[in-house]
Design a protein around this ligand. Structure first.
Ligand SMILES: [Zn+2]
Length: 334
């Protein structure tokens, strides 16, 4: 994904930190003129387990509890496959790994060939469907490819790994359970990353293809919300308020985070980020990007070989997973 515009949000604690660019080839944007005051914390004490989950429509809710170690284990297994750019052996292995984890689930593979600046490549969006009684679909998506131009030593634990793993953990939550709410479709998107340098045409291959397909076959009209997760494993979790996301859905995510006592990890500052939600926004699907594009000081680990498992924490993965589940619960009651 790529950072696209600066946005300052005045905080109680001072000026918000500004993001550095996502693109490896570009120089990092300097941080805000004042030293950024940390406004988030990943301290477990931010998560008082005694905090009651807010209820909606008078219904008591059970607190979601994604096991962060379980998600981190998935990240480790994904990272162990090596770098996973489109067309690589690691990518092929990961496709098989995801499909093996989804045994017994209704899976659709959206295979296609995309022209890129360095030739044509076969790509594959993997969609796992969990039916619900309510008419409509909630999509939770995240990319599984890693950046193409980077060296083989790059494993993308956070960028690529964390989203892949969280979706696998969500599949474990939904597998074999009857849903009263909307159907849930989990989508491992392919070709999110640029092949040469991020541009409108060299990026988001998988979601551009899928959005066009779903617009054509009528699926898009049934989608209540498209929830994107990306780079959500950073031990210092500070999810930005992504400014192109659909406002009411963005607010709902914050409501979900607040219900669970996790709000200190969310929306301390705003940023415009180009990511897999954009093709769906363009066709009128409400979409939100849950992303922490502030990975290491000045985003220094992003798109470097330093994006490794030791930078991640089970707490961050669990927090994001729980907030996604709570957001789904809120959507179900709307
Ligand atoms: Zn990336």
């Amino acid at each position: 994904m790529k950072f696209f515009k600066k946005s300052r949000l005045l905080l109680v604690t001072g000026l918000a930190m500004l993001l550095s660019t996502c693109s490896r080839q570009e120089q990092p944007i300097t941080s805000a003129s004042t030293a950024a005051t940390p406004v988030t914390s990943n301290s477990p004490s931010d998560n008082p387990s005694s905090l009651a989950v807010a209820t909606t429509a008078g219904k008591p809710a059970s607190r979601p509890d994604i096991n962060g170690n379980h998600v981190l284990q998935y990240v480790k297994e994904v990272v162990a496959l090596g770098s996973r750019p489109v067309g690589s052996p690691g990518h092929a292995k990961l496709e098989q790994y995801i499909l093996a984890k989804l045994k017994g689930v209704d899976v659709e593979q959206d295979k296609f060939v995309a022209p890129t600046p360095v030739g044509k490549f076969a790509m594959n969006n993997i969609i796992a469907k969990f039916p619900g009684r309510k008419d409509g679909i909630i999509v939770v998506a995240g990319h599984y490819d890693t950046n193409y131009p980077l060296p083989k030593a790059y494993v993308g634990a956070n960028d690529g790994g964390s989203s892949t793993a969280l979706l696998l953990a969500l599949a474990d939550q939904f597998r074999g359970k009857e849903r009263d709410g909307y159907s849930i479709w989990l989508v491992w998107t392919d070709g999110e990353e640029a092949f040469v340098k991020w541009t409108d045409s060299d990026s988001l291959y998988g979601t551009k293809h899928l959005a066009a397909k779903w617009q054509q076959d009528g699926t898009a009209r049934k989608i209540q919300a498209f929830i994107l997760v990306d780079m959500i494993g950073d031990a210092d979790l500070d999810i930005q308020k992504e400014t192109s996301s659909t406002p009411w859905l963005s607010d709902l995510v914050y409501q979900a985070a607040t219900n669970l006592g996790y709000q200190s990890h969310f929306y301390a500052y705003s940023a415009g980020i180009e990511d897999d939600h954009l093709p769906f926004l363009k066709i009128g699907v409400p979409a939100v990007d849950i992303i922490d594009l502030d990975y290491g000081y000045n985003n220094v680990y992003h798109h470097t070989v330093q994006d490794t498992i030791d930078k991640l924490s089970p707490q961050s993965l669990a927090i994001t997973g729980d907030v996604v589940l709570e957001t789904i619960r809120l959507l179900d009651t709307r």
